[in-house]
Design a protein around this ligand. Structure first.
Ligand code: AMP
Ligand code: MG
Length: 401
């Protein structure tokens, strides 16, 4: 078993990558989950004009000093203004403008009385409530003022940020380009979905799982192929995809079997490995190298091993490349609702389901070749090296997926 810890392995990769600085201007509707590459300054007040927060009458508060249900104040309604329109009238003493939510408050008025505090009068309105100056009055710039820096460069754009950019009238926005990854899976035994299963063959789940996960992290798939167990062919494929990718991820062929050709691939490419094997289970046999300035990350062919490596080793690298703070690993404490009786010689990661401070291990095998029991799981339970068994009620650390 290799002595390199997961943290050390991660560091060895992280120190070799730089955050991507290339930018591109894209439409706002495509910008969700991208990283902003500009400071965004408000070009106008939001809202740009004082507006009414409710349906009612824009009036002068002075007129309502004595208003009550017993002694209503009568005002002359001189105009009506809907949202999206402007009243040209000025509200003088004794006057009112019927106003709808979102409409600009006309000149002269300093408050709005809600319609439920009136008799809904059309020409003359009776007001039953005293309203103070600037009550029910949204100031121009209530949300933000012109000149305010609303979003900083490097901000991850979620739905709210997209909404704020839209409120500014931005149709396009400058973001960093996405990370590009090429994914190659190896194995003479693996065939692609759509083909007919025959003796000795299994379907290639890694190609789909890995690319699906990368897509979820906003990575652009710059190549996606299954290659047979032939070192020469794999090396050729890597040469072909490396130019258009920031990182090349392979699965399979990283153990010590006769057909574990990734070692030979590195020889053909003329590169030395950065490391091979991490003291963890699953995902021990990882083989990493640098080729033409790009990382080559060779994951185990075992789907669960590959999934764990992808989360714990590759994701932080992608986070650094893309400048996505939100992709940092989230490690939290939980209480186990399950027993896990296998001994852990090295740090072990067990698939789990976390909710409300509790974590549960699913039924079925936790073996590195087993993917099915991971369906619906949302975390990896970290079992420290040297642990004899995990017991229900034990405190554990979990990494959220
Ligand atoms: P390897 O790492 O190539 O020695 O493969 C380890 C185990 O994972 C073997 O049982 C393989 O058949 C299986 N395996 C390898 N590649 C894939 C794949 N792309 N999809 C599903 N299983 C795979
Ligand atoms: Mg193989």
């Amino acid at each position: 078993m290799g002595e390199l810890s997961l943290e050390q392995a991660r560091e060895l990769l992280l120190e070799r990558v730089q955050r991507i600085e290339e930018k591109e201007e894209i439409f706002l509707c495509d910008a969700v989950e991208r990283v902003l590459a500009e400071d965004v300054i408000a070009g106008h007040d939001q809202p740009p004009f004082p507006r009414s927060p409710l349906d009612g009458y824009a009036v002068q508060s002075e007129d309502l000093q004595e208003a009550s249900r017993l002694c209503p104040v009568k005002l002359t309604v001189i105009d009506e203004v809907d949202a999206g329109y402007v009243s040209e009238k000025r509200v003088e003493r004794g006057k009112a403008v019927r106003i709808m939510t979102g409409a600009p408050i006309p000149d002269g008025a300093d408050c709005v009385v809600g319609q439920e505090d009136t008799d809904y009068g059309e020409d003359i309105v009776e007001v039953y409530e005293r309203i103070r100056a600037y009550e029910n009055y949204c100031f121009a710039g209530e949300d933000y003022k012109a000149g305010t820096r609303l979003l900083k460069k490097d901000t991850f754009l979620g739905a709210v940020e997209i909404g704020v950019l839209a409120s500014l009238g931005r149709e396009k926005v400058t973001v960093y380009r996405r990370v590009k990854a090429a994914v190659l899976t190896t194995g003479d035994e693996t065939i692609l979905p759509g083909e007919k299963l025959s003796d000795g063959k299994i379907y290639d789940s890694n190609l789909y799982m890995v690319t699906a996960r990368l897509s979820m992290w906003g990575v652009q798939i710059a190549g996606r192929e299954h290659v047979s167990d032939n070192a020469g062919e794999i090396a050729e494929k890597i040469k072909a995809v490396v130019k258009g990718a920031d990182i090349v991820i392979t699965t399979g062929g990283v153990s010590v079997g006769k057909k574990d050709e990734m070692h030979e691939v590195l020889r053909i490419l003329g590169v030395k490995r950065i490391f091979w094997k991490i003291a963890m289970k699953p995902g021990m046999p990882v083989l990493c190298a640098e080729y033409k300035g790009k990382l080559l990350v060779g994951l185990s062919g075992n789907p669960y091993g590959a999934a764990v490596n992808l989360e714990l080793l590759v994701k932080p690298v992608l986070a650094k490349l893309s400048g996505r703070e939100d992709m940092r690993l989230q490690r939290i404490q939980a209480v186990s609702e399950s027993d896990f009786s296998k001994r852990s010689i090295v740090t072990r990661y067990v698939r789990g389901y976390y909710i409300g401070g509790m974590v549960r291990i699913p039924e079925g095998s936790d073996a590195s070749g087993v993917l099915g029991s991971m369906c619906g799981c949302n975390c990896l339970i970290e079992i420290p090296a040297g642990t004899l068994a995990l017991r229900e009620g034990d405190k554990v650390w979990v990494v959220l997926l």
